[in-house]
Ligand binder design. Structure first.
Ligand SMILES: *Cc1c(COP(=O)(O)O)cnc(C)c1O
Length: 233
């Protein structure tokens, strides 16, 4: 068995154990494999081991990998998630190539993505990135800004709002980590209560180091990079 396949199994087992401990079903948490900085050959290996959802941070790098992987006729169709910051001049590439965007934190980017989403593709699936713990070095809207942004996104014809994404700062202990994850989940529940929105089902929360507490807090999608592909140089 290859290393990537082995690591994928381990990550899946870790997710299942965290879910079970939290009284949740293992199938309620999707594993997103974060392949940033790793070559198309690594993505291919993961795809051959059964992985279908991949996350990329850097738009150009992601678009090149999407093209390379789509050209491999022996692979099933993969689902690509943009999980990095998006500048205005990159929205077209994202709208044309990705299936999901996790990092919407302002309306202008959402509007451009909706306008630029090609008609032959399904609506772009999006999450609002929330800076739930107020760390000042990060992107993401504030929890207070999230409801108005959600309602504005719901009006955009080529986007489908699915939920929230957050990247809380590391905390000194497990209880503090759980608390910051719960802050992000609270924003999701607040958005769920808004009138006029289609049902939301996605909480993109947790990475290699903090996936257990993210799942305990309610994450439905964990973004795992180094835990699958190894350390990034
Ligand atoms: C890099 C990255 C990840 C994966 O991080 P690991 O610690 O390698 O699991 C997840 N989410 C985002 C937004 C990232 O940039």
């Amino acid at each position: 068995m290859t290393t990537i396949a082995t690591q994928l199994r381990a990550a899946t087992a870790q997710i299942a154990s965290a879910a079970t401990q939290a009284g949740r079903s293992p199938e309620s948490v999707l594993l997103l494999a974060v392949s940033k900085t790793f070559p198309a050959s690594a993505v291919r290996e993961a795809a051959l081991a059964g992985q279908r959802h991949f996350g990329e941070n850097y738009i150009q790098e992601g678009v090149e990998k999407i093209a390379a992987l789509s050209a491999m006729a022996d692979l099933p169709r993969l689902t690509w998630h943009c999980i990095g910051p998006i500048q205005s001049n990159k929205t077209r590439l994202v709208a044309e190539h990705f299936d999901w965007v996790h990092t919407i934190d302002r309306l202008k980017i959402a509007q451009r993505l909706s306008e630029q989403r090609p008609a032959h593709l399904p609506a772009l699936q999006v999450c609002i990135q929330v800076n739930a713990d107020g760390g000042d070095t990060k992107s993401g809207c504030t929890p207070a800004e999230a409801p108005a942004l959600a309602q504005a996104i719901a009006q955009l014809p080529r986007l489908q709002l699915r939920g929230v994404m957050s990247i809380p700062d590391p905390q000194p202990d497990a209880a503090a980590m759980l608390a910051v994850h719960q802050q992000a989940v609270a924003v999701f529940h607040q958005l769920q209560q808004l009138p006029g929105l289609a049902p939301l089902d996605t909480i993109s929360l947790g990475m290699t180091a903090d996936l257990a507490s993210a799942i305990a807090a309610g994450s439905t999608m964990v973004r795992v990079g180094s835990g699958i592909f190894g350390a990034r140089s």
